[in-house]
Design a protein around this ligand. Structure first.
Ligand code: DX5
Length: 236
């Protein structure tokens, strides 16, 4: 069963006074790399709305994580939708490599391409929802021209590549700035925060305007991973 409809948290936006849904993505990067199926099952039992797969190439970021086989097998192994977060230098190559893997959405880093709109179109042509991820130092304004063409913007709360880092304080202001830009544009683009999301900062991120939160060590490093999302939802 797709749990996204049942487990997402309803919250009233302080900006719009209308109900909105906060979605949680479980990034299995901090799960056991030799037991990814268990990481997927933990995400399901915890009530995650989506699985996030961080694909890194050892170039855009220093780490190497998952390739297309893991994406395909993850999609085959769960009823949760799967997001691919490309942390790679040549996103076009990876769009082709992952063609047909069944992922629902794909993010690439704005910093990784000089032809970002071409990458957006290439993802969309594969029947996948395109999104853009922004590193900490990339101005929010850089994404403004792309809002009509993408489904989501992911703001990194950390330097990408590694799970377990602390959320940078500038993230709250960046989320607010992006939310204002999106609301003013009348766009339906959603804001995701990835990196450093924990129980103690989730409320503030949602209050700042985030629609979706990615968590890895907050789930897989928790004493009781399956309780981790329940505790956060209860706070929201
Ligand atoms: C890091 C990844 C994140 C990471 C988050 O570059 O994009 O998804 O797994 O890990 P935590 O939640 O531990 O910061």
């Amino acid at each position: 069963m797709n749990q996204s409809a049942t487990s997402a948290t309803q919250k009233t936006s302080p900006m719009s006074n209308s109900p909105r849904t906060v979605k949680f993505l479980a990034s299995i990067l901090a799960g056991d790399p030799l037991n990814l199926i268990e990481a997927i099952r933990i995400a399901e039992r915890a009530g995650a709305d989506m699985i996030s797969l961080d694909v890194s190439d050892g170039h855009f970021v220093p780490t190497i994580s998952f390739g297309e086989d893991v994406v395909r097998r993850t999609v085959e192994s769960t009823s949760l939708p799967v997001e691919v977060h490309l942390m790679v230098s040549r996103p076009d190559d990876w769009i082709e490599r992952m063609d047909g893997c069944g992922h629902a959405q794909m993010l690439f880093h704005l910093e990784a391409s000089s032809r970002a709109m071409g990458v957006v179109n290439a993802i969309r042509q594969k029947g996948v929802k395109p999104g853009v991820a922004l590193n900490l130092e990339t101005p929010i304004s850089a994404v403004a021209p792309m809002l009509p063409y993408i489904d989501s913007v992911c703001l990194m709360g950390i330097v990408p590549g590694f799970a377990g880092q602390k959320l940078m304080d500038t993230t709250y202001r960046r989320v607010s700035e992006l939310r204002e830009l999106i609301d003013q544009s009348g766009s339906a683009v959603t804001i995701t925060v990835d990196g450093g999301v924990k129980a103690h900062n989730a409320v503030q991120l949602v209050d700042a305007g985030a629609h979706c939160l990615v968590m890895s060590s907050g789930i897989y490093g928790a004493t009781d991973p399956e309780a981790s999302l329940r505790e956060i939802r209860a706070r929201l």
